[in-house]
Design a protein around this ligand. Sequence first.
Ligand code: NDP
Ligand code: HSE
Length: 441
Amino acid sequence: MSQTPSTTANRTVGIAILGLGTVGSEVLRLIGVQADALAHRIGGGIEIKGVAVSDASRPREGVDPALLTEDAMSLINRDDVEIVVEVIGGIDYPRELVLAALRAGKSVVTANKALVAAHADELSAAADEAGVDLYFEAAVAAAIPVVGMLRRSLAGDQIQSIAGIVNGTTNYILDAMDTTGADYEEMLAEAMELGYAEADPTADVEGHDAASKAAILASLGFHTRVKYDDVYCEGISKITADDIKAARTAGYAIKLLAICEKLQGEDGRDYVSARVHPALVPREHPLASVSKSYNAIFVEAEAAGSLMFYGNGAGGAPTASAVLGDIVGAARNKVHGGRAPGDSTYANLPVADFGQVLTRYHIDMQVCDRTGVLADLAKIFAENNISMRAVRQEKSGDNARLIVVTHTAREKNLAATVEQLRKCDAVKKVTSVIRLENEDV
Ligand code: NDP
Ligand code: HSE
């Protein structure tokens, strides 16, 4: 692999790569094989000055050992490094590194959604102060250029919602459970083996990774700072094989969705909302057929209308593609001058309480099989101002299985209904409650 500068350019931009795992190793490989083409696109060459890892003594195939260091901070501070690429992961240590790089006048490219979603204010202020770039295309949906699309292509439009599948690992697991009846743990192990999962895969399965991405998307789309902590988050760890089978029978797929939208609160004011949770999606909706580790994102914008983005949402090469695009952008700015679009948070909308969100519930219950039960339950729904769209009942041993699908209502009213149902004598068990999204009613 060539890690020397291209000979086609007069000016060479020095790059430090922090991390040489799934993503970093692909970034380094692609820079090696595409050095000349990249130099033409940039109008100047790029040269890898060093690569920080946690264990520099470990041999890495195709990598010059002289490039490796365990001292990331010294690498960042080298005079010949102009761009720092952070692909380590985690929050606290990369935050230190990225802030140090920005404050030292280096542009930064990161794939780290957890870092950006937690510390965007601080990072973006440091970039502005130093007049350098902070790029993070790979942080959301890997290869899908959704960050650039929101920052640049849709910068003149009014976005109403951004929603879809933004975590490859959970989609890989749910898709396999749905199509082959595969086991949850086995599929998680496979997603880890394939390099899709985070270092701690709890971040994937509990929805934290998707919540970080939702925070980034909502911030960009609504020109409002939305942080990780502002995002309501439920993962897929409680979804059972039975839930998936029941969903399939009823004509749905279960997907982990990230939904960012503008909504009107009960007080009539406009809010931003961002949430991540499993949801039933009708089989005929395009999201239902998003398979393996693919991601898909739908954007509704006032002038553009409906847009759909689909592609590889995880893995070394797809993520490296997005990182490389950012490196080219940052290097062009170093060679020719100028800066990437920065943060835009002027709208500063309040973030809605999750209870204000409008959604629908699919409630599966075991109830007593006796006269008057339906009337008792209907009263609970009515008291909470919830309208039922469909009710299905079937015999289940000594009890009856009752499935209620609601009309759209505020989350707080739906949740209160379920709480009352759980306490109702006629209800033996609330087997599952799953939100239902993307169904036209
Ligand atoms: P890996 O765990 O595969 O790689 C992490 C790398 O960081 C390793 O090379 C490791 O060194 C190095 N590292 C760890 N600690 C230190 C340290 N203290 N100093 C220097 N180097 C260190 O992670 P990924 O490549 O999967 O992910 C990297 C980032 O990219 C994360 O933020 C992740 O969220 C993001 N991302 C990942 C995607 C994916 O599909 N994998 C997709 C999109 C974004 P060593 O090799 O010695 O262990
Ligand atoms: N762990 C993440 C996922 C990587 O599975 O989507 C891509 O951001």
